[in-house]
Design a protein around this ligand. Structure first.
Ligand code: F6R
Ligand code: MG
Ligand code: MG
Length: 369
């Protein structure tokens, strides 16, 4: 068995919240390499999307391994020290606790892990997103694993025909439920359609129970109880054979669907699929974007990555995302570009409401004279 662990955090932006500094990524690579040398990791790949650094690791220690989580935590801490020296923006922003207590979950960084029996050929895609939040993967996961208009394999490939089981988490009340596609898609959709509250954590093959996808569902603001930046999620998807083909896994991103995030984590914007070369949001701190890194696993080693959205086939989506971005931006501070009051990460509402409280007059009293 091999475990894939992707653990990510924003530990400082260059410039502002737009990109990761190359020295921070180099530090991440050195720390991962050292862990490989001492036998803790089989292999590793360090990458980024915007101001988030993603540690993509393979090992034999299973999910929730204290050693692996500690390695990620220590790497982010060392990266934070360097970020402070370079005076990068928001240094250490996602490290929400003072001391590591055995598991990275609840400490700020996002994580997605899966333990698998490596197949004779094991193509995987790791998605890295910035300026959006956990739940952004509900729509693409549904399309990949439950929608025959996206994934013809659900209809015409035997391995996929019996459908997939979705583990849906209620990120506010910390509950989970397993719902089966295709039988329960109408029930499932009532939850998946509200990605702010419900997020798909895992998808498994109903026949074999094998894991097909896992995403990070950590919500920073729910951990800290206040705004601390967006969750900028990650996910791992296995492809081919009993799972959707690579092209079926990428196809949902041909629609620049609307996600929460963008400027100040408080706006709706289109999710733009980009190559690594374009993984640095700047326009209005966005638009939200996603990178797809493809690997073939070979005895736990990462052969790759291939930069999957580096393809003219995604040019139309990007152009459309820009058009949608312009259209939404024209709304300025109005909903639905701006998030509803209760979902905004930044708000001056309590202060403004407090200041103006005495000036509100009752409509009933006025009518009564
Ligand atoms: C969104 C994001 C940025 C910041 C914005 C203001 O996830 O990171 O849009 O919210 O640049 O940042 P501060 O408040 O740090 O000046
Ligand atoms: Mg940041
Ligand atoms: Mg970020």
């Amino acid at each position: 068995m091999v475990t894939l662990s992707v653990i990510k955090a924003d530990i400082g932006g260059f410039v502002g919240h737009s990109e990761s500094h190359p020295d921070i990524l180099d530090l991440g690579r050195e720390e991962m390499e050292r862990a490989k040398q001492r036998g803790l990791l089989i292999d590793c790949h360090v990458s980024h999307c915007g101001d988030d650094m993603f540690l993509i690791m393979s090992h034999e220690r299973g999910e929730d391994s204290e050693e692996i989580h500690r390695l990620a935590w220590d790497t982010f801490q060392k990266g934070t020290e360097l970020a402070k020296k370079l005076k990068l923006y928001g240094a250490g922003q996602d490290l929400l606790v003072d001391a590591f207590s055995g598991n990275i979950r609840g400490a700020g960084p996002g994580s997605a892990e899966m333990e698998i029996e490596e197949r004779p050929s094991e193509p995987i895609i790791v998605f890295l997103a910035d300026k959006t939040s956990a739940g952004a993967f509900n729509l693409p996961l549904y399309k990949m694993f439950a929608d025959p208009f996206n994934t013809p394999g659900l209809v015409i490939a035997e391995g996929l025909h019996d459908g997939f089981a979705f583990e849906v988490q209620d990120v506010r009340d910390h509950l989970k439920i397993i719902l089966n596609a295709p039988d329960e898609i109408y029930d499932m959709m009532i939850f998946l359609g509200a990605p702010n509250r419900y997020a798909v954590k895992r998808v498994r093959c109903r026949n074999t129970g094998e894991i097909g996808a896992v995403s990070s569902t950590d919500k920073l603001s729910l951990i800290a109880g206040r705004y601390v930046g967006k969750d900028d999620p990650t996910m791992i998807v296995r492809c081919q054979g009993a799972f959707p083909a690579v092209g079926e896994v990428l196809e949902p991103f041909t629609t620049p669907f609307i996600v929460e995030g963008w400027m100040r984590g408080s706006h709706h914007g289109p999710l733009m699929p980009v190559s690594l070369a374009d993984a640095h949001p700047s326009r209005f701190d966005g638009p939200p974007r996603i990178v797809a890194l493809g690997f073939q696993l070979a005895e736990g080693k990462f052969v790759g990555p291939r930069d999957m959205f580096d393809d003219p086939g995604f040019d139309h989506v990007r152009a459309k995302a820009n058009e949608i971005g312009d259209y939404l931006r024209a709304h300025g501070p109005f909903e639905p570009h701006r998030l509803p009051l209760e979902e905004m990460e930044y708000t001056t509402m309590p202060v403004v409401a407090g200041k103006l409280a005495s000036r509100w007059k009752s409509l009933e009293e006025e009518a009564a004279g």
